[in-house]
Design a protein. Structure first.
Length: 234
């Protein structure tokens, strides 16, 4: 499922109509379809026999759920009547950029955030801290193997939409949050081992952690949630 798409199961449901306006895609329930990185499902999901038995025990009537079949059972988002404005629950990359320090890379979901130059508050452990939106140039390393099996690397400059801490105090607050929710030293060690592994093709140098941002873009309400406790390489 691509970032910003409706969840897989809602999209496959017989009650789903993508031509309906205002993201009210469901013909059975009146709610605004969230933008989520996970699947969206409810107890009335109907296709080829209805909700699978292994899911039915987790789903109550009248409730919309988010679900990642690889990570967790369906978790309640809210009752349909409460989901009347756009809600997001999206994965974002928190990258240790060599020039800027840790920054949220937002190109995959940039339409859900303000334009470059604007400042946005993101709640971090219930405390709002400020980030400014920028378009910055980054170096992305593309790798492949030639006909002889040798690793070939090419660096390309690309533009990335990011949210940067507005000052050093905010940088330290974000770093403190990372240290509280991830073992940063262990993540950096694993990252370096990946880079040194000749079988590992992705050779971008920046450490990347996968986090979540939830909230309501129309109200400019954003909340940082802890994501996967493993380092990724963008």
């Amino acid at each position: 499922m691509g970032m910003g798409d409706y969840g897989e199961h809602c999209g496959n449901c017989d009650h789903f109509d993508g031509k309906r306006s205002d993201r009210r895609f469901c013909e059975l329930h009146d709610f605004v379809m969230p933008i989520a990185s996970e699947n969206v499902i409810c107890a009335d999901w109907q296709r080829l026999g209805g909700v699978p038995k292994n899911l039915a025990q987790h789903l109550a009537d009248g409730v919309l759920y988010l679900w990642n079949p690889y990570l967790y059972s369906p978790k309640a988002l809210d009752r349909f009547e409460a989901v009347q404005e756009l809600v997001i629950d999206v994965q974002v990359r928190l990258v240790e950029n060599p020039d800027y320090g840790f920054a949220f890379y937002l190109s995959a979901c940039q339409d859900l955030f303000p334009n470059p130059g604007e400042v946005v508050s993101i709640y971090v452990d219930q405390v709002p801290i400020q980030f400014q939106i920028h378009d910055i140039e980054i170096t992305v390393t593309y790798t492949s193997r030639n006909s002889g099996g040798e690793l070939v690397m090419e660096d390309r400059r690309e533009v990335q939409r990011v949210a940067l801490p507005v000052n050093e105090v905010i940088k330290q607050a974000l770093l403190q949050w990372i240290n509280e929710h991830h073992d940063l030293a262990a993540a950096r060690n694993m990252h370096h081992r990946n880079l040194e592994n000749p079988r590992f093709l992705n050779k971008n140098r920046a450490l990347c952690l996968l986090e979540k941002i939830t909230g309501k873009p129309e109200a400019r309400l954003y909340y940082l949630q802890r994501g996967l406790d493993v380092p990724l390489i963008p």
